[in-house]
Ligand binder design. Structure first.
Ligand code: SF4
Length: 186
């Protein structure tokens, strides 16, 4: 299957895709899927992602929200927590450097003796112990986010994807010709 090579997708009549319609029918009554589908229509081109996350949590009855964030996005995480509180949620937050372990102690590549290691396992444990209903990630490193997702008891949703080079907008590497050239695809 290479949907990306479809010049003009016609999914409603595609023979190759047809067998997969049953997968959707199996989840169509799932409350998360239903809520997401309502939000997609109600807030189309209106709500930002953080508003959509709040809407989803409200519709699902998730009251206690965990925010697992990168220390480099402390301000953004604080703003998100303030927004979630304003929407009436009970918020718990935890920074990626929780535990304060130096990279050198773990034999990891380090940028200096004070360079602390990201601790997605500690972030997950804090939020698991706090009994959060939903965990929102803000700028966790590529790969550390996978460790966090694996260890989190609550479902995980991403508010901000980290891209240090592109002001946390990874899509720019794909939409901007100069960056596409750099990737060797233009
Ligand atoms: S499902 Fe079929 S029509 Fe739709 S994008 Fe994929 S290959 Fe193209």
């Amino acid at each position: 299957m290479r949907c990306d090579r479809c010049g003009e997708p016609r999914c409603a009549t595609c023979e190759e895709g047809a067998p997969y319609s049953r997968d959707l029918k199996e989840v169509a009554d799932d409350p998360v899927y239903r809520a997401a589908s309502e939000i997609e229509v109600e807030g189309y081109m209106e709500w930002t992602r953080v508003e959509e996350i709040a809407e989803l949590a409200e519709r699902m009855g998730w009251r206690r929200i965990g925010v697992a964030y990168c220390v480099g996005l402390h301000e953004e995480a604080s703003a998100l927590c303030a927004f979630l509180e304003r929407r009436g949620f009970d918020v718990v937050s935890v920074c990626c450097k929780v535990g304060g372990v130096r990279k050198e102690e773990l034999g990891l590549p380090s940028m200096g003796p004070d360079d602390l290691a990201c601790n997605p396992a500690g972030q997950a444990r804090v939020l698991n112990e706090e009994g959060t209903d939903l965990n929102v990630t803000v700028g966790l490193c590529a790969g550390h986010d996978l460790v966090f997702q694996e260890l989190s008891d609550a479902p995980v949703i991403t508010a901000v994807v980290k891209d240090r080079r592109l002001a946390h907008c990874p899509a720019a590497a794909l939409t901007n010709r100069y960056y596409r050239r750099r990737l060797g695809i233009d």
